[in-house]
Every structure is written in C-alpha cells, then in structure tokens.
Design a protein around this ligand. Structure first.
Ligand SMILES: [Zn+2]
Length: 69
C-alpha cells in the first residue's frame, strides 16, 4: 500500500481552484480547506451540481512531480 511513488496526485479545489495535493492528511480533499468544503456543500443545496462538481474534479486530476519525500 505504501509503495514509493515518484509522482502524486493533485486536484483543483472545486471552490477556489487552488491545487491540492491528494494525500490522506488532506481531510478536506478535493477541497483545499474546510472553509471551501463548507462553501461548496452550501452550493449543493438543491441542484445536480453535486454530481457535476465531482466528475469535473476527477477530470482535473493530474500527475506532477511530488514535492514530498
Ligand atoms: Zn479552496
């Protein structure tokens, strides 16, 4: 499970667009912070935006050189 990776995943925060490293410590992923998470959830109130946002988030996943070692 803890295989050494030379690259890791990053996603763009659906709320503000900030790049977020996809790692277990990021409990708010794909959001950059609890604030963005709550903001986005608020916008999901009664629309299909929930599914749309999640799919877009997956599409925006990209690999890049991991800065963590
Ligand atoms: Zn954010």
């Amino acid at each position: 499970m803890a295989e050494p990776e030379q690259t890791c995943l990053s996603v763009k925060c659906p709320t503000c667009g900030t790049s977020v490293i996809w790692k277990p410590e990021n409990t708010f992923r794909p959001f950059c912070s609890q604030r963005c998470k709550l903001t986005d959830l608020g916008g999901w109130a009664d629309e299909e935006y929930t599914v749309t946002a999640q799919e877009e988030g997956l599409l925006e996943i990209s690999e890049f050189e991991c800065i963590y070692r």
